[in-house]
Design a protein around this ligand. Structure first.
Ligand SMILES: NCc1[nH]cc(CCC(=O)O)c1CC(=O)O
Length: 316
């Protein structure tokens, strides 16, 4: 067996938000523990995505922006790897970039945060719920038509601030982000996947490198989680087949149970008036095929019409 020789330094590109920094530090400490003789450093970058985030979730850039600007650091050699929330990594990532490593998933669920209610069922008619995603909005509207769902933008601290100053009765966020920032005590209820099916890759971290860095692939391999990788590949295959972006009410969530991969996905009308659902199960080795099959099932039910309407320019 040939031992992997440690490089002298490894540089991790990261956004400068609290969540991104937590995630980068997490990968940094895992790498540092594996390779004590290597100096693992962070390169903090302010991305255009961050600047746009508080104003509007730009149609022009969307979430790809978070990833794109870290990629410039990979291209010009300032960084070796970039750490991302897997949920934010575009499914059409291609050469010269590669998603080399998917780490163990934390809590994949959405969570309810409120200063007045311990569950969505407690909220009175007309109560305002804040969420940043069409996926959550559509599922909430379908189950709770008497609640009012309004957009909520900004990083985690900004969103919590808007709740605390009374703009919303409750907000829905990814549990994983809150837990990573030590804010788990703010979670009033975990929303079961039957109520709010998570986004593809939610709760997992992904590492992006230049595709030709085979040296790095070997180095990063011990960080990979086989189970999460299989689940995420299936989930991302659904998004890929349906042209998923953050502007689309699309959910895909897989779990491994007794060695079988169980995959569920949905496409919804943003107003919650229609939710198309599909699920399948199979061997984890067939993750990509299972994802494609679920996407086909959704297309057969009419998902293409919903998605086509969403990609039309907005009326106003
Ligand atoms: N959309 C932004 C984003 N990207 C990743 C997370 C949370 C952490 C994760 O899903 O891994 C969040 C916040 C949220 O959706 O509430």
């Amino acid at each position: 067996m040939t031992a992997v020789t440690a490089p002298r330094t490894l540089v991790i590109a990261t956004r400068a938000s609290r969540l991104a920094l937590w995630q980068a530090h997490h990968v940094q400490s895992r790498l540092q523990a594996l390779y004590p003789d290597c100096s693992v450093e962070l390169l903090e970058m302010t991305t255009r995505g961050d600047q746009i985030l508080d104003r509007t979730l730009s149609k022009v850039g969307g979430k790809g922006l978070f990833v794109k600007e870290l990629e410039t650091a990979l291209l010009d050699g300032r960084a070796d790897l970039a750490v991302h929330s897997l949920k934010d990594v575009p499914v059409d990532l291609t050469v010269p970039f590669a998603l080399s490593t998917i780490l163990e998933r934390a809590d994949p669920c959405d969570a309810l945060v409120s200063n007045t209610a311990n569950s969505l069922d407690e909220l009175p008619p007309g109560a305002v719920i804040g969420t940043s995603s069409l996926r959550r909005e559509a599922q909430l509207r379908a189950r709770y038509p008497h609640l009012e769902v309004k957009p909520l933008r900004g990083n985690l601290d900004t969103r919590l601030g808007k709740l605390d100053r009374g703009d919303y009765a409750a907000i829905v966020l990814a549990a994983a982000g809150l837990q990573r920032l030590g804010l788990a005590e703010r979670i009033r209820a975990a929303l079961p996947v039957e109520l709010s099916l998570p986004a593809a890759g939610q709760g997992a971290l992904g590492i992006e490198i230049l595709a030709d860095r085979t040296d790095l692939r070997d180095w990063l391999a011990p960080l990979a989680c086989g189970e999460t990788t299989a689940c995420a590949l299936a989930e991302r295959a659904v998004s890929r087949a349906l042209g998923g972006s953050c502007q689309v009410p699309l959910a895909a969530h897989a779990v491994l149970r007794d060695g079988r991969l169980h995959l569920r996905a949905l496409v919804a009308e943003p107003d919650g008036s229609r939710i198309l659902r599909a699920e399948t199960q199979g061997a984890p080795e067939d993750a990509g095929t299972l994802g494609a099959a679920v996407a086909q099932d959704l297309l057969g039910q009419g998902a293409d019409a919903i998605l086509a309407r969403l990609s039309e320019p907005a009326a106003s």
